[in-house]
Design a protein around this ligand. Structure first.
Ligand code: CTP
Length: 403
């Protein structure tokens, strides 16, 4: 259990802080909510008190004997300010201590994550951008805002990202430190494939696989938080797009190949996290296969699909980094890493993220663990953690290898 301070500033998106609070408490954390006085005009203290199980105060004159304005920050493991308004970013950048939240920000030794939400004009204003740069330079994480519908009928950058995305990214910072969301992918274009392809047998049936797409989603979310422009080619994943990410939906291996090849043309990094079918039915029936009828199949003839990863390696532009995934089990011919090393050589990619899936591990589970093998022979162990934490470790292996 970690101690999280959830700072809430006065914007309409304060209502989403209640959902974020819920996500933190459900993950087992002890959360102390510190709203600004303006935040309490949007959401009442009772909501935060009930959901956190902790008292809520906004000013430094309450519980003076406990010196709350110092103690709350000093004892926190993570401070998340969501929503962080233009005003809060300005006060934090200026080092002010005019309410309990800004005082807490000045006394916190732990990582701090700002989650901005405001109107587009306010976000894009040079004053705000300077404040964001100042806070980042001092080591705080400032997430980019989501693009979409704002308070009124207008839309643009400035929306608070969905609480699930924020909770996942805050969890990465809690576990791995603020460096896990450094802005080291700024200016980079990243293409990620995720999910599992489905190869039709007839109009209602398909050959598929058990990939949930969650690792690819985490890779996309973390890359966007680290500043990359991200395209996610998603095979049969129902999840909403992570914020800041453009999703290209596909169904079959053939569709995935077309989409990834097109998007990869000017990418700095391509990550093939999708489980792509190696075989597809030689012919998909145009009408439903029926029992007992003339169309009842004796067997299904399969043909090989193209190996997208191997093709990408062959056709990549100079300087592009290609990352493959391998879900392996050990057998009589070798252990997981022996198979994986052979695959890395066979595919010719720069990095191979290896999951040990013996005994049904990984598929559909929230946590993951991996080994990142590199063409230069190095192997980096990524300890068991959330898929977002694993994603952060994968990007940390990618970044030093970028041209
Ligand atoms: N892959 C791909 N195109 C395919 C199959 C796989 O691009 N038709 C990619 C996957 O996205 C993954 C990597 O190749 O990044 C490894 O997939 P895997 O199925 O383990 O590789 P295979 O070469 O099919 O090896 P195996 O014989 O072990 O299945």
């Amino acid at each position: 259990m970690s101690r999280i301070v959830l700072g809430v500033a006065g914007g309409v998106a304060a209502y989403k802080a209640a959902l974020l609070l819920r996500a933190f408490t459900e993950a087992g954390h002890d959360v102390r909510v510190v709203p600004t006085p303006a935040a309490l005009r949007f959401v009442g203290a009772a909501t935060f008190e009930a959901l956190s199980g902790n008292p809520v105060t906004t000013d430094v004159w309450a519980d003076v004997d406990e010196v709350a304005h110092v103690r709350i920050g000093q004892t926190a493991d993570l401070v998340v300010a969501a929503p962080a308004t233009a005003d809060l970013l300005a006060r934090a950048a200026a080092g002010r201590a005019d309410d309990l939240l800004t005082a807490t920000l000045l006394t916190a030794h732990c990582p701090v994550v700002f989650v901005p939400a405001m109107h587009t004009e306010m976000w894009l204003h040079p004053a705000t951008q300077d404040n964001v740069a100042t806070l980042r330079r001092r080591g705080s994480v400032v997430l980019p805002p989501a693009v979409g519908r704002l308070t009124g009928p207008d839309s643009g950058p400035g929306r608070l990202p969905e609480p699930g995305d924020v909770a996942a990214l805050a969890g990465v910072v809690l576990g791995c430190g603020a460096g896990a969301l450094a802005r080291d992918l700024e200016g980079r274009r990243v293409v990620i494939s995720a999910g599992g392809t489905r190869e039709p047998l007839d109009p209602v049936r398909y050959l598929g696989n058990r990939s949930s797409g969650r690792q690819g989603w985490a890779l996309a979310r973390v890359a966007a938080a680290r500043g990359a422009e991200v395209v996610l080619v998603a095979a049969n994943v129902e999840e909403p797009a992570p914020f800041g990410v453009r999703v290209v939906p596909v169904g079959t291996a053939k569709e995935l190949r077309v989409a990834v090849t097109a998007e990869a043309a000017d990418a700095d990094v391509v990550v093939m996290a999708a489980a792509v079918a190696d075989f597809r039915p030689a012919a998909a029936a145009g009408t439903k296969l029926k029992k007992g009828g003339a169309s009842e199949p004796d067997a299904v003839a399969l043909v090989r699909t193209a190996d997208v990863l191997a093709e990408l390696v062959q056709t990549r532009p100079a300087g592009q980094l290609v990352v493959g995934f391998a879900a392996e089990t050990g057998d009589d011919e070798g252990d997981v890493l022996t198979h994986a090393r052979a695959k890395l050589v066979r595919k010719g990619c720069d990095l191979l993220v290896v999951n040990d899936v013996s005994g049904g591990r990984v598929f559909g589970r929230p946590d993951n663990a991996a080994v990142v093998l590199a063409a230069d022979g190095s192997a980096t162990e990524v300890p068991e953690g959330s898929k977002d934490a694993v994603a952060a470790a994968i990007w940390s292996a990618v970044v030093p290898r970028l041209a």
